[in-house]
Design a protein around this ligand. Sequence first.
Ligand SMILES: [Zn+2]
Length: 132
Amino acid sequence: MPRWQASKNDGIVSYRLARQRTVQAFHEGRRTATEVCDAQPELRRVAHHHAAPLNEPCPICDADDLVSVTFAFGSGLPKGGRLVADLREMTRLRHRGKPTTCYSLEICRSCWWNHLRESYAISGDDLSSSAN
Ligand SMILES: [Zn+2]
């Protein structure tokens, strides 16, 4: 995860176990590639234009490295979430003075595997730890 996306005070919730169960189900033949590689068109578009590299191979196809995209949810934000495309947007969200929760997904741009990776709440008073 790129460092600017979460700071250690943000109370990060990891979805690694759920992810691992899904990956395992695929490799054991209990889930198909069609089921687990189902990124929607909008998510694919975002993954092409606004993603951050994760430097980890795709657990499904192993043909590409994963990328990460982050969406922010909270009062005053779009129902479908606001894309956090860069540090400037993250800083703006941190300082808007409203509770905001960010959800980061990992995506493979070759097979379109996608899974929730982590979530974290950001508050409006976190200037020092959001600097990097
Ligand atoms: Zn893949």
